[in-house]
Write a protein that binds this ligand. Sequence first.
Ligand SMILES: [Zn+2]
Length: 334
Amino acid sequence: MAQQIEPNDLPVFEFHSGFWMNLHHTLYREAKQHAAVRPGPGKNAKSPQPVLKTIPQADGQLTQAEQRAWNEAVNYYAANFADKDLLFSTEMIQLKNQLGDFEGCNELSGIKQKTCDAGLPAKLTQVLEAAAPVYRAHQWPDHDRTNRRWIFRVAPLVIEQGVGLSQRLADIYRAPWPKAKIRVDVTAYANNVGAYTTLDPLRVTISSTDFRNQNSAALEALFHEASHGIAAPVQDAIIRECRQREKAIPRDLWHALIFYTTGEVIKPIMISEETVQSGSGDSASGNYTPYALREGLYKRGWDTYLQLLTRFWQPYLDGHASFDDAIARMVSSL
Ligand SMILES: [Zn+2]
């Protein structure tokens, strides 16, 4: 059993492994899979096909009543949410935030305890409360354990490097790092890329089971996601330079830039960490490949961005160019 890490023990981030949040993302994922196998044209989202897939479980079969409650919840999610994006749909963002805020509650209706009325639509409340005991009995113990283990593993790096990294990134983006700790909801499943960040309030949702977020990659994933909340000056500067030059605003340049920057800022830390752990004392023996390179993001249409970042943004990171010059040069070379 992993040692309990209290959210207040760590700097910069506040980690949560919340029951409703995990149930929500598990149902969303199953509903998406369910929707994906349904016939395409002519499908009616309001009358989904019966669920074929049963809840994956390690500890025995569901009773018929459990299966019924679970299927009803998956069907509800398939009909109402499967075609909505967790990151771009205001409805999904609000629902997620609301479920996060009520993670300490055993119910969402407020019937037993007034302060646990989450104010969700009645049918959704009923569906979630009916699926809750099924999830609690079968999948949640494993999900919660995996989430806590993930938090426990990344915690030492956050304690050791979190403040320094946040200050460095805030300096780079010329934006204040949020004064309050950034809430990170750790879930067994997040979205198809393993993590997403919503703004106002700034909250990160990250998958503890996604292969891209494991081991040393966890720290980079956290700071990449957090950077979504502070990199607005970069996006503004890119847009401003494009307008001045009457150029089309490049989609995703700012996103490539925060991938690149987080990777470059984290790399020396991870190399020295690995050197310490291996005890070799030879920094050249360390090796850390940033996320964007590891996952081949630049090869998928961002290769021009990588050239621009290496040529014009890297000098800024090294202190040899100003922020404005670096952005201006990138944009004029587009
Ligand atoms: Zn991102």
